[in-house]
Design a protein around this ligand. Structure first.
Ligand SMILES: *Cc1c(COP(=O)(O)O)cnc(C)c1O
Length: 358
């Protein structure tokens, strides 16, 4: 039996958020980023809801295979490409497009015999310094790919921004200028923008945008919520109270006794914890909704349970609904309280949590 934690996935919210991407970047095609199990929402249900996207992007072959097996015929881009001959064969057989970011990958393609050439996005490292060819290597890489029988033409170009979530940071302008300097004269489709760039850097939109987090309704900017940008949360995480206890002044709550009752008071126990993906680092005062109204979390989050100060809700009873984030309570706020970002919280929901479409 499940512990009662549920993640309602709002399909209409996903569709609404895709529309928001389209209105923010009206000239661009949309590569919906659904890696990490659709940011924790369930990759197949997210792909179904975002059926109108022009392409899907995932991190690895297994994620792409799940989509092909589920019958999706869209272009699917492997954001990290492949690293072994067998993977390349599977990618080609499944019509997967791949990012090429290293000399090893070009060597792999050069020696491959494929059923059909693969479509390639050449990744240039303009300043993220994670994956991609250094600017001075990019032209040689382009030429080698261009000469490679296993690679379909035309080639495409891609880069990734490191600081697009900071409106006042010069890095983005510098990355865009460098990308233009290195590739400006090449006739190729380009992709640069993640969610933050879609919302904050219109000059980065190019031919294809790559929204992730905004599709799920959360803001890429750490001082804003998705709602302020017209987005709707795609996940509501909830559970129920399994106990409401009357505690005396001076009694300490939970492991380590990190919170002490300042007066005689009701304390609720909700059936969700870090074993379900709720962050253990959410401290005293982190809001939850009990019967739709805010109440503060108290004490340490444990594996299966967390405790709630119910002084503001003297009538709360076992069985009453508790919302951890989603409709009515932005996940960004919980992420801040836990010292992390919404991305991590959404990706980590799992285990016993029962997913349902709403
Ligand atoms: C994950 C990812 C994205 C999406 O980023 P968001 O901030 O979630 O919009 C876009 N491009 C690449 C290369 C990524 O790895």
């Amino acid at each position: 039996m499940s512990g009662g934690a549920r993640a309602a996935i709002h399909l209409a919210a996903l569709q609404h958020n895709l529309q928001q991407v389209r209105s923010a970047a009206p000239g661009a095609r949309v590569m919906a980023v659904i890696k990490a199990n659709g940011y924790g929402h369930g990759i197949v249900r997210v792909a179904r809801a975002l059926n109108q996207a022009d392409a899907f992007a995932v991190a690895c072959l297994d994620e792409a295979a799940v989509l092909r097996q589920a019958g999706f015929a869209h272009p699917i881009v492997l954001l990290e490409g492949v690293s072994e001959p067998a993977e390349l064969t599977v990618a080609a057989d499944n019509r997967l497009d791949m990012v090429v970011h290293s000399a090893e990958q070009i060597a792999l393609l050069s020696s491959a015999r494929l059923s059909k050439p693969v479509s390639v996005w050449l990744k240039v490292d303009t300043g993220m310094h994670r994956l991609g060819f250094a600017p001075e290597q990019a032209r040689a890489a382009w030429q080698r790919l261009h000469d490679c029988a296993a690679v379909a033409r035309p080639l495409r170009l891609l880069t990734h921004l490191a600081n697009a979530d900071r409106p006042d940071d010069d890095t983005t302008t510098e990355q865009l200028a460098l990308f233009e300097q290195v590739t400006g004269d090449l006739a190729a489709q380009r992709s640069v923008a993640n969610s933050a760039a879609i919302l904050g850097w219109p000059q980065s939109h190019c031919d294809w945008v790559r929204p992730g987090i905004m599709l799920y309704g959360a803001s890429p900017f750490d001082d804003q919520t998705g709602a302020a940008q017209g987005l709707r949360p795609a996940m509501t995480l909830s559970t129920r109270l399994i106990a409401v206890n009357a505690h005396k002044r001076g009694e300490a709550i939970g492991y380590g006794g990190t919170w002490t009752c300042p007066e005689d008071m009701p304390v609720g126990v909700a059936a969700i914890g870090y074993g379900d993906g709720y962050p253990r680092h959410a401290g005293n005062g982190t809001p939850v909704l009990v019967n739709g109204e805010r109440a503060p979390l108290i004490g340490r989050v444990s594996m299966d349970m967390l405790c709630i100060d119910l002084r503001g809700q003297p009538r709360a009873r076992p069985g009453d609904p508790v919302t951890l984030w989603g409709e009515g309570l932005p996940v960004e706020e919980i992420a801040r309280a836990a010292g992390t970002i919404s991305y991590e919280l959404l990706c980590r929901v799992g285990g016993r949590v029962q997913f349902e479409e709403a």
